[in-house]
Write a protein of this length. Structure first.
Length: 237
């Protein structure tokens, strides 16, 4: 049975908070309960702490990656309905696909693979539909074939304005959060293996920057592969 998207999201968020708690003694011990506004309630010995969670990333590349990841599966569905469409494995690489519609990407990929389905073992890099830099067609390793894609991405140093915007977006809701807990924290997750949209908040920059906010604490969790990392307290202006 598939887990509902909302449950999956809350499970991942819970994992992030628990990892941050293991990484830093700034969090008091106590039971962590999922909540809505804020995202979690930490029932500590000295009282209740509300914890709101957000992520530090570039939104447009993340959204684009979410769109493109669905292309191979949809193209395979189209391909499988075509006559004499033998099962194949397909590996693709996107290039400048941002301005090409989803339906165009899926249909053109299905048509290209169908036209070249007898050339298994070939990696095509010329004569491709717009939006692609590579299409590989191979003998299937699993029944029915598997279609998958990849996209290059870069990591940039997080500018102060990006962090400022994430704090400001959540700061306007602090009064609502305080209806559930007298003390409210903001936990910003800076995932270091996020993929498209990834940024890196440099500790030396964070040591110099100050921000305006109404939270009792604003923390940044620089999350490393495996869930380890450092928790840095953001300075108030």
């Amino acid at each position: 049975m598939l887990m509902p998207a909302v449950d999956r999201k809350k499970r991942i968020e819970t994992q992030y908070v628990e990892e941050a708690r293991r990484a830093s003694s700034i969090f008091p011990s106590g039971r962590l309960d999922p909540h809505e506004r804020p995202d979690f309630l930490l029932l500590a010995d000295h009282g209740k702490i509300g914890i709101e969670l957000t992520e530090l990333c570039r939104e447009e590349p993340r959204a684009e990656a979410g769109r493109l990841v669905k292309v191979p599966g949809r193209a395979k569905e189209i391909y499988d309905r075509l006559p004499d469409a033998d099962p194949v494995d397909v590996g693709i690489g996107f290039w400048r696909a941002e301005d090409i519609g989803f339906n165009v990407l899926t249909r053109s990929l299905a048509d290209f693979v169908y036209a070249n389905r007898n050339s298994k073992g070939t990696g095509f890099e010329t004569g491709l539909p717009p939006g692609y830099c590579h299409i590989g067609i191979h003998e299937p390793l699993v029944a029915g074939g598997r279609w998958h894609g990849g996209r290059a991405f870069d990591t940039i140093v997080a500018p102060k304005e990006l962090l400022e915007a994430r704090i400001a977006e959540k700061n306007g809701r602090v009064n609502d959060y305080r209806l559930s807990a007298p003390e409210v924290w903001l936990l910003i997750v800076n995932d270091q293996f996020l993929g498209p949209g990834e940024v890196y908040a440099r500790p030396d920059h964070l040591a110099q920057w100050k921000f305006a906010f109404d939270f009792d604490k604003v923390l940044l969790f620089s999350r490393e592969p495996g869930g380890s990392g450092d928790v840095i307290e953001i300075q108030r202006r």
